[in-house]
Design a protein around this ligand. Sequence first.
Ligand SMILES: Nc1nc2c(c(=O)[nH]1)N[C@H]1C(S)=C(S)[C@@H](COP(=O)(O)OP(=O)(O)OC[C@H]3O[C@@H](n4cnc5c(=O)[nH]c(N)nc54)[C@H](O)[C@@H]3O)O[C@H]1N2
Ligand SMILES: Nc1nc2c(c(=O)[nH]1)N[C@H]1C(S)=C(S)[C@@H](COP(=O)(O)OP(=O)(O)OC[C@H]3O[C@@H](n4cnc5c(=O)[nH]c(N)nc54)[C@H](O)[C@@H]3O)O[C@H]1N2
Ligand code: SF4
Ligand SMILES: [Mo]
Length: 672
Amino acid sequence: TCHHDCPDSCGWHVSVHDGVAVQLRGNPAHPYSTGELCPKVNRFLDRVYSPDRITTPLRRVGAKGEGRFEPITWDDALGEIADRFRAIIATDGPGAIMPFVSAGNQGLLALLFGDRFWNRLGAIELTGALCGAVAGAGSASTYGTGKGLDPSELRHSKLILLWGTNTRLTNRHLWPVIEAARADGAQVIVIDPIRTITAESADWFVQPLPGTDVALMLGMMHVLVRDQLVDTEWVEAHTTGFDELREHVAGWTPQVAGAACGLDPADVERLARLYGTIRPAAIRTLIGAEHHEHGAMFFRTLTCLPALVGAWRDRGGGYARSVGVWSNAIVDSAALMGPSLATAPRRALPMVRLGELLTDPTLDTPVRALVVIAANPLVVVPNAELVRQGLERDDLFTVVHEQFLTDTARYADIVLPATTHIESIDVVPSWGHLHVGWNEPAIAPVGQSVSNTELHRRLAGAMGFTEPSLFDDDLTVARQALPDVDVDALRRDGWVTAPYPADGRPFGDGVFPTASGKVELRSELLGALGRPELPTYEPARESLNGDADLVARFPFALLTPKRHTRFLNSSYSHLPKHGPLEGSPYVELVAADAERLGLVDGGRARVWNDRAELELTVQVTDRLRPGVVAIPWGWWRDQHGGATANALTNDALTDWGGGVAYSSTLVAVTPA
Ligand SMILES: Nc1nc2c(c(=O)[nH]1)N[C@H]1C(S)=C(S)[C@@H](COP(=O)(O)OP(=O)(O)OC[C@H]3O[C@@H](n4cnc5c(=O)[nH]c(N)nc54)[C@H](O)[C@@H]3O)O[C@H]1N2
Ligand SMILES: Nc1nc2c(c(=O)[nH]1)N[C@H]1C(S)=C(S)[C@@H](COP(=O)(O)OP(=O)(O)OC[C@H]3O[C@@H](n4cnc5c(=O)[nH]c(N)nc54)[C@H](O)[C@@H]3O)O[C@H]1N2
Ligand code: SF4
Ligand SMILES: [Mo]
């Protein structure tokens, strides 16, 4: 099962000859991916057998960032790490040691087993996330749960709003489901500030200014109320706060909403009327819209819409986001992560603020050691130049467990070789469908590489820890993770399906796990947390509707989208049959803006703000609106003149949920 941080979690078949993997293709029997993979993973074996794979532990011999290393033994590497950890613990305590783990491998074992060791050590616990936490928190403010529709239920929809998701690129195996619904008469509307490949395939494309959707939703609510398209019977029975919400949206006429999001008021009307009259109506969203200062409010407000039109009554009606919440029912994450191994509460720090955490001189205890696992923070974290400054610190001891010498790994003191997914056991949940997949190792680890689980067993041994659960083998851990699943059957069959209502309606009974048991159109809980009780539009400080002084200095909104079929975040951009085929970094803007600035297609532009400055090739496009520029993202900084899109992006925390406001970023653009 594919381990990538991708909603599709496809089934894989690997053919092995004499211990060497000779072919990797899609498993035709897999219930979701049915044999098709994607342009990233179709060449996965290039990754496995790349001459650039790290195959032994390495010790840095050059300056940080220079990329010069010498091979060392595992014993030497572990000995040095344990010595450094002990010295740091003696002076600053274990709260000066920061594990930074991301979803380079989203297998349950790869991602979560390591927490046993970090709990036992008492290391820093990073809170929030670069991805997903905000969407979940925002939805839960309305429903009391992150649960929503299984996206495959869109097969039954007649109206599909793809709101801030680029399905054909990021969730490609859902597209056939949408096409099938369409063949049965469904209309597909895409709402996105970029005319993506998905937008191009829609029946109607609506292009608001970035970060303004809440205004659009409030305008829709106004029309739904005004035109009596609210399902009053369902609203009466299953929601709280409708009267307040009705008053609250009285001023949100299509004119007011249209002005805030840069849309024709007639389009706000039309969207609301389609949504209020066609059933079943489904909204599909993923992550794109959470990467804004008010990302949680986007999901909070969006989840009110299905309630207003009674969409949850219908099969194929409602709201679909990540579905990991359903598979959580069969996964015992506490058993995996061993919270009881912690002897004291761990020091909690926000993941998103990595740059600040590594450089802030006022932090009571500085971060003295950083251990990066399955992540490339120098490329993926916002305000990346600040992260780089942190990684350059001489007194920071950095360990990176990786398959390749990424930008981040070049700053490590010790690099440890990681297996690829076809070299390790894992259980892979999905956030795009309900099937939890087994992953059987197909080949032995390449070189001296070890899996994430083995890494943590070795670290525990080096630290002299003796708790048996720190050393559990993978099969044992898999059984602990899935207490009610027959793991032998899972291993034989390849997947097990998480429980989901048989009639396809997650809230068919109209009961929601909030304090009131209803959909909270008005949330007292949010009020108590100092947030608006009702869905409320506030422009991001760093946006075209935001701080006027900032807009005067930096008049363009910057988006840094996933654009490339061959990249998965920052993975693959360094491989010869992936990276070069996607060209090199560029900035896109519309012809009118280019002309005004004296820029031509193929010329060079300087793009900057207070965080950094990049020089990039200009691509004139008609996919954006005037005033919005885009720097598609995923290349490493070392490959292209020392900077990445994230040098420019905003590292502000989202309103709630602990996510990143990457897309609440303003920049200035001039000819280079
Ligand atoms: N090929 C490929 N596939 C991937 C990935 C990859 O890197 N490459 N990454 C994977 C990962 S980690 C994730 S999280 C998923 C993400 O899956 P998606 O959420 O579908 O993808 P994104 O590109 O993050 O965002 C989707 C869209 O949101 C739009 N957007 C940005 N701001 C706003 C806004 O204010 N309003 C609205 N309405 N839309 C907005 C963007 O323009 C973008 O087109 O994709 C996964 N799949
Ligand atoms: N500007 C901008 N920034 C973004 C985004 C954006 O849209 N725009 N998207 C954000 C999102 S949604 C996400 S999810 C993050 C993703 O950020 P990351 O989670 O850091 O993802 P990758 O860049 O793919 O890096 C994962 C690394 O893990 C390594 N790896 C793979 N498998 C294993 C393994 O089994 N063990 C170990 N030790 N290593 C392994 C890979 O070689 C790779 O270098 O980026 C975020 N950053
Ligand atoms: S990256 Fe996504 S689409 Fe590609 S094989 Fe993996 S799960 Fe499937
Ligand atoms: Mo993500």
